[in-house]
Write a protein that binds this ligand. Structure first.
Ligand code: AKG
Length: 283
């Protein structure tokens, strides 16, 4: 069983069966205001860090329910890090938590997070693409450089992006994310991070920017921005929770068969607007 902090099965089940308290729901519905220089920074660089989007008891609540859901998803996996695939050594990856746990769904569909994505993607409305927790185990290996939208069958990758929320402090040595500024403007290269990771030539000589976070800080990065994360050199989990957005109106494309089976597009035909049970409009 994965030992995630102080979590145990009974506590996890209690948390996941609980209802989101009113004060947390209130924070979820409070929109986040970005100023023009933040919007310009994102537009130019393809990523941004925003401090203390959540804090205090709201953050503790979110941390508890995400830890609980990762615990439940991974409790049967007794493998040590060394016995996992190279890809799995980068993180415990738990996707679509919102559809297993209603209390997590309240968080994932929060307008507070959605308002950040809508503003930075410069669209009228955003849909959920999917959510995933990404917990890097103690000694977990680096996350290889990649571009997210390579794995997503969407026609407008520029109108997609990820919020990465730190549930605990994530300094450089715990494996914080790094980004290649302006790389969203480059021609996208598919990197097979599952089997043969490599750093694409187009960014090999570019500087990357590390983004250490305090618990409650987020980064937002474009679906076209090259990024990765360092190794976790500490003996604590690096606890990250992501929510991923697309513009309302983005369409499904089956042109790349490597990603055409993405769960969020279940049942869609080529060229159809992405509007499935997994992709509600958030704001
Ligand atoms: O959490 C990580 O190590 C990688 C995160 C990432 O690649 C992403 O959220 O797109």
């Amino acid at each position: 069983m994965v030992k995630i902090l102080n979590m145990n099965k009974q506590k996890a089940e209690e948390l996941l069966n609980s209802k989101t308290p009113e004060f947390v729901l209130n924070k979820y519905s409070e929109l986040y205001e970005l100023n023009n220089s933040q919007i310009d920074f994102y537009r130019g660089n393809g990523f941004i860090k925003l401090e203390q989007v959540f804090n205090g008891e709201v953050l503790s609540f979110i941390k508890n329910i995400i830890e609980a859901s990762v615990f439940i998803r991974k409790e049967a996996d007794e493998r040590e890090l060394k016995d996992k695939t190279q890809y799995q050594q980068s993180f415990l990856q738990c996707g679509f938590l919102a559809f297993d746990f209603p209390v997590v769904q309240d968080f994932v569909l929060s307008k507070r997070l959605g308002s950040i994505a809508k503003c930075l993607l410069e669209v009228d409305h955003v849909r959920l693409w999917h959510d995933q927790a990404l917990f890097k185990e103690p000694a977990g290996r680096k996350t290889d450089v990649h571009v997210d939208s390579s794995y997503w069958p969407v026609t407008e990758p520029l109108k997609s992006g990820t919020i990465w929320l730190a549930l605990n402090d994530v300094p450089i040595e715990k494996g914080c994310l790094f980004f290649y500024p302006e790389s969203q403007k480059l021609v996208r290269e598919y990197v097979d991070i599952f089997n043969s990771p490599h750093v694409p030539e187009s960014i090999a000589k570019s500087d990357k920017v590390f983004t250490p976070l305090k618990a409650g800080d987020i980064t937002f990065h474009s679906g076209l921005t090259y990024h990765g994360a360092g190794q976790n050199q500490t003996d604590e989990y690096r606890e990250g929770m992501t929510v991923i957005y697309i513009s309302d109106g983005n369409k499904f494309t089956s042109s790349d068969e490597r990603n055409a089976t993405h769960k969020s597009c279940s049942g869609l035909k080529d060229g159809e607007i992405i509007d499935t049970v997994y992709t509600p409009v958030i704001i």
